[in-house]
Write a protein that binds this ligand. Structure first.
Ligand SMILES: [Mg+2]
Length: 160
C-alpha cells in the first residue's frame, strides 16, 4: 500500500475562494497571516463547498485498499485545526488527519519518500518532490503546472 496524503483547502473543500473574498472585504492582503489566524473557519467548513465529489471519492479510495490515507492540512491556529478535524470526522470515522503549522513545510511533518501528495499549491508539490515524494497537482482546470494533474480524487485509482 502506498502512503497517500491529501491536502484539504482547495482539494476537499473550496475554502480558498471564500477566504480570499472575505480577506478582500475586510481589507486584508490575501497573504496576511493575521486574517487567517482570526478567521472563524467553522463558517466555511460546509458540505456546500465540496469540490468535485471529494468526500465520496475519498471513500472510494479507502474502499480500494490501495492506499494508507492521511489528510494533511496547513493550519494557522489550533482552533482552525480543531474545526477541520471535526468537519472531517463528520464524514470519516477513522481517517488520519495531520495538522501542519502554516509556517512549517509539509515535508517536515511526515515521511515523504515514495509517498503521494495531492495538493493544489505547486509550492508544496515542489518541496515534496525535492524530498523524494510523488507530487500530484489537484486543479479543477486540469492545469498541472509541470506536475501530473487530476481534477477528481478518484482519478488516483487509475494513476496508481
Ligand atoms: Mg491547498
Amino acid at each position: 500500500m502506498k502512503n497517500l496524503y491529501i491536502d484539504f483547502d482547495g482539494v476537499i473543500l473550496d475554502t480558498i475562494t471564500v477566504l480570499y473574498e472575505e480577506a478582500k472585504r475586510q481589507e486584508y492582503e490575501i497573504d496576511d497571516a493575521e486574517f487567517y489566524e482570526k478567521f472563524n473557519y467553522k463558517c466555511i467548513l460546509k458540505d456546500k463547498y465540496i469540490i468535485n465529489d471529494s468526500i465520496n471519492c475519498i471513500q472510494k479510495l479507502i474502499d480500494s485498499n490501495k492506499f494508507n490515507i492521511g489528510i494533511l492540512t496547513h493550519c494557522h491556529s489550533m482552533k482552525e485545526a480543531a474545526d477541520k478535524v471535526k468537519y472531517i470526522r463528520k464524514h470519516f470515522e477513522d481517517i488520519t488527519v495531520i495538522v501542519c503549522p502554516k509556517s512549517i513545510s509539509k515535508t517536515k511533518i511526515i515521511h515523504t519518500k515514495d509517498a503521494i501528495l495531492v495538493d493544489d499549491y505547486a509550492g508544496n508539490l515542489r518541496e515534496w518532490e525535492a524530498e523524494g515524494g510523488i507530487p500530484v497537482r489537484f486543479s479543477t482546470k486540469l492545469n498541472g503546472k509541470g506536475f501530473p494533474v487530476i481534477d477528481r480524487l478518484d482519478s488516483l485509482l487509475e494513476m496508481f
